[in-house]
Design a protein around this ligand. Structure first.
Ligand code: COI
Length: 371
């Protein structure tokens, strides 16, 4: 058993699959990608034991895991995850986008759930090694990628309610295309006043599994109202817009040729999206005003009516940039940009993808070369 220090994470043992997929098998598996439906042949695995630290780092064949029925995660929910992507570059190589940002957010999530914080270098090394092992599974086209899913769960058996002493970190890859089945067509949203996603002091700023479990009933209710996605409001007043489903939102104002984009400020209950942060920077590169602020449902409706608000779009790692075309709520419905994709969402999406695929200069130093 190997103990890893934070300073020397390069101690992964590589155990390759005995019968790797042939190129024909890979091509058949990747013919119709969608999102998160297929997984590659290996995964990274690291254990954490109190008193020993991070141990047993391996790249192993992708396989089911065994858990004791009393494992703490199954009862008290110490489970966190991340999502980032490896992109085929124009020159044939492979790079990930801001993996350190995801590693840092993974630490934030771990801290909030009383779990151990994985060193950034170990997180990035696990991904790099897995991607190198799976490089043939990184799809070639713009808009496609190898979606990487790191996760950590509490594995110690025991029914006492306290932070577990043993954890399992896994990281696997899923070759992916468009997140939404309709591609980048605008989505319709239902503004939920019944359910909330998060409250200050809670876990809204983390990527813990429970946040997503608690969102599902609202997502189902949005579907029942004929909408694709739910929009979350603040917990206290049910007035201010926070997020859409698992994505951050941007509001676009255009006036006399000037463009301004505004995203709800990080109050503690919102997820600090890596894509959100990147879009704020890209917008400033374009010479637009880009700010974080407070947007009420009332402002949203009024500004669409007056024409001040020209577009709304959601953003996240999985779906990149997705326009919002229609808003429904108990107080009525309205369209944004005639229900069509607008030029600002299109431009932001194209620029982000161009940076991620190495087609334009990476002026912010966001790309991490893997191969
Ligand atoms: C993302 O936008 O990347 C998300 O967080 C959605 C993911 C949970 C599938």
């Amino acid at each position: 058993m190997q103990r890893l220090s934070a300073m020397n994470p390069s101690a992964f043992e590589i155990q390759p699959v005995e019968n790797p997929a042939t190129s024909q098998q890979r091509a058949a598996a990747m013919a119709d990608l969608g999102f998160g439906r297929i997984y590659t042949e290996h995964m990274a695995r690291v254990r954490y034991v109190d008193g020993q630290g991070w141990i047993d780092a391996k790249i192993v064949p992708y396989q089911p895991i065994q858990l004791d029925p009393a494992a703490s995660v199954l009862h008290y929910g110490q489970a966190i995850f991340e999502g980032f992507k490896a992109y085929r570059q124009d020159d044939g190589g492979i790079s990930t986008f801001r993996p350190e940002a995801n590693a840092l957010r993974f630490q934030t999530s771990a801290r909030r759930l009383a779990m151990p914080e994985m060193p950034v270098e170990l997180f990035v090394e696990a991904a790099d090694l897995l991607i190198r092992q799976e490089n043939e599974w990184v799809p070639p086209n713009v808009g496609e990628s190898l979606y990487l899913r790191p996760l950590m769960i509490a594995t110690e058996a025991g029914l006492g309610v306290r932070p577990a002493k043993e954890y399992l970190f896994l990281l696997f890859g899923s070759p992916s295309g468009a997140y939404f089945p309709r591609g980048i067509k605008p989505v319709s949203v239902w503004i939920s006043t019944e359910y909330i996603r998060a409250a200050p002091g809670g876990t809204g700023h983390t990527k813990c599994a429970g946040n997503y479990a608690a969102s599902l009933v609202a997502q189902r209710s949005a579907k029942e109202k004929g909408c694709d996605q739910v929009v979350w409001l603040d917990a206290f007043q049910r007035k201010y817009v926070e997020e859409m489903g698992g994505m951050n939102l941007f509001f676009v104002y255009t006036n006399g040729g000037k463009t301004k984009i505004v995203t709800p400020a990080l109050t503690g209950s919102l997820l600090p999206g890596v894509t959100r942060d990147s879009i704020l920077a890209i917008a400033r590169d374009f010479g637009w005003e880009a700010t974080e602020g407070t947007i009420s449902v009332e402002d949203w409706k009024r500004d669409v009516e007056t024409g001040a608000l020209s577009e709304v779009f959601a953003c996240g790692t999985a779906a990149v940039v997705t326009p919002v075309g229609e808003v429904k709520s108990k107080d009525g419905d309205f369209l944004i940009h005639g229900g069509e994709t607008g030029p600002v969402a299109t431009k932001v999406r194209e620029q982000l993808l161009a940076i991620q695929h190495g087609q334009v200069a990476d002026s912010h130093g966001w790309m991490h070369r893997v191969l």
